[in-house]
Design a protein around this ligand. Structure first.
Ligand code: NAP
Length: 261
């Protein structure tokens, strides 16, 4: 197979965004993907439509995947719109929501990890997904269902008492609320995948899940750390999606029959 090519579109100079891009380029180099960064400044475009046209133009070049790095400046901050005219296969972040787009990276990364490590090996597997967003909650719930989990989705109207109770019953908890010290895992019995990205009072990155009483003997099987947990799995999934997109392209090319008249 030829080397896959990934285009990373970045706008502005936000440190978080620079760090994400650096990491993605490093990941790509490690696994043999050519990563090309297309960097723009906010004043390179007057309107979001002009920026969208540039993203489309870059995608229609010979690439296997294109991503628009978030966060974006306010005026351009509509990633689904920016990817509107990008062919679905090339949306390797899975953010466009189009049929045929790759699976969103965060759920894909978690599901691959859970399956590869055989984290939950039971005939009846109960999962609690605390988030109902289009990019994390719903695709995660679907992947779990596809893997024979019995899935409950919780959200802001579920109530904390119910969430805490459901978490204790579950074999797997996925939590992506985006709130520090949201879920006390002291009495959770299964696996906890902590998706939240928050910053504590000291500016240190932390997740949503915590152990309220560090002295207590917790029953939790595994809790993914933040940083260094789901974020890493998300990065792996981006590489996986890019390679898959390249394979799909090659497969399509092989199936084309040329007629010479
Ligand atoms: P989002 O769209 O804001 O979703 C947050 C979810 O939390 C919503 O479903 C919301 O419920 C729910 N929620 C809010 N308050 C709640 C409460 N008191 N009880 C129960 N549920 C509550 O965010 P997102 O884009 O999915 O991301 C969520 C978090 O994951 C953020 O911290 C984000 O930074 C992080 N994230 C991390 C990665 C990674 O790679 N590690 C990737 C993506 C996202 P409603 O639907 O009722 O509002």
């Amino acid at each position: 197979m030829r080397k896959p090519v990934l285009v990373i579109v970045q706008m502005g100079n936000v440190e978080a965004s620079n760090r994400y891009v650096r990491n993605k380029v490093k990941d790509a180099n490690e696994v043999g993907i050519d990563a090309v960064v297309a960097h723009f400044e906010e004043d390179d475009f007057e309107t979001i439509d002009q920026f969208k046209d540039k993203v489309t133009e870059l995608a229609l070049g010979c690439v296997d995947g294109i991503i628009v790095q978030l966060p974006l400046p306010e005026k351009f901050n509509d990633v689904q719109y920016l990817l509107k005219d990008v062919p679905a296969r090339l949306d390797v972040d899975g953010l466009s929501g189009k049929p045929g787009a790759q699976t969103p990276c965060t759920p894909l990364g978690m599901m691959t990890f859970i399956n590869d490590k055989h984290l939950v090996e039971k005939p009846y597997k109960r999962a609690l997904v605390i988030v109902r967003s289009e990019l994390v909650g719903r695709p995660m719930a679907k992947l779990l269902l596809d893997n024979d989990y019995t899935v409950t989705i919780a959200h802001s109207k579920t109530g904390m008492y119910t969430i805490q109770h459901l978490a204790q019953e579950a074999d797997l908890v996925v939590c992506a609320v985006g709130r520090e010290k949201f879920l006390d895992c002291t009495h959770v019995n299964g696996i906890v995948m902590d998706v939240g990205i928050n910053f504590d009072a000291d500016g240190k990155m932390c997740g949503d899940c915590y152990i309220a009483d560090p002295e207590a003997k917790t029953t939790v099987d595994l809790r993914t750390p933040v940083p260094g947990g789901v974020g890493l799995l998300t990065r792996c999934a981006l590489m996986e999606n890019t390679v898959r997109s390249c394979e799909q392209f090659e497969e399509e090319m092989r199936s084309v029959k040329y007629e010479i008249t």
